[in-house]
Ligand binder design. Structure first.
Ligand code: HEC
Length: 115
């Protein structure tokens, strides 16, 4: 009888833990993409040095919210071209990962949130 009691406590505990875990996950799943946490890092790692003035870039700066949000349509178009196409970005570099491209698309559809 004692054993049964012990197992029922255990089951309740397991249920509670998994329930809390699940609700946390879904909250993270609907988190919106924002510039400071999700987009800036992609720009700094894949568009450097050419578009990052602090790294000596001479092309249109892509390290501020204002400039990236203004150019987002051109950016999305260029990163989805074939690397051999004219205008492909990042110029002379491998294509962005699908994950990075999806993050940029999601940023736009979420409404270009700054932070
Ligand atoms: C190796 C250098 C280099 C890298 C890295 C690079 N670019 Fe460029 N970018 C250029 C050059 C050169 C041009 C001008 C030629 C053109 O328009 O195709 C340009 C032009 C652009 C333009 C047009 C705006 C303008 O002022 O001409 C956009 C938008 C752009 N790049 C986006 C990006 C994005 C987004 C990344 C990172 C994913 C990136 N680039 C990475 C060299 C680079």
């Amino acid at each position: 009888m004692k054993k049964l009691f012990f197992y029922s406590i255990l089951a309740t505990l397991a249920f509670t833990l998994s329930y809390c875990g699940a609700s946390k996950k879904s909250a993270a799943g609907v988190a919106k993409v924002n510039f400071e946490s999700n987009v800036l890092g992609i720009m700094q790692s894949t568009c450097a040095p050419c578009h990052i003035p602090s790294k000596g870039g001479k092309k249109a700066p892509l390290d501020t919210y204002a400039s990236v949000s203004k150019h987002i349509d051109d950016i999305l178009r260029r990163v989805q071209l074939n690397p051999t196409d004219r205008g492909f970005m990042p110029h002379d570099n491998p294509k962005l990962s699908d994950e990075a491209i999806n993050t940029l698309k999601q940023w736009k559809s979420d409404g270009l949130i700054e932070k």
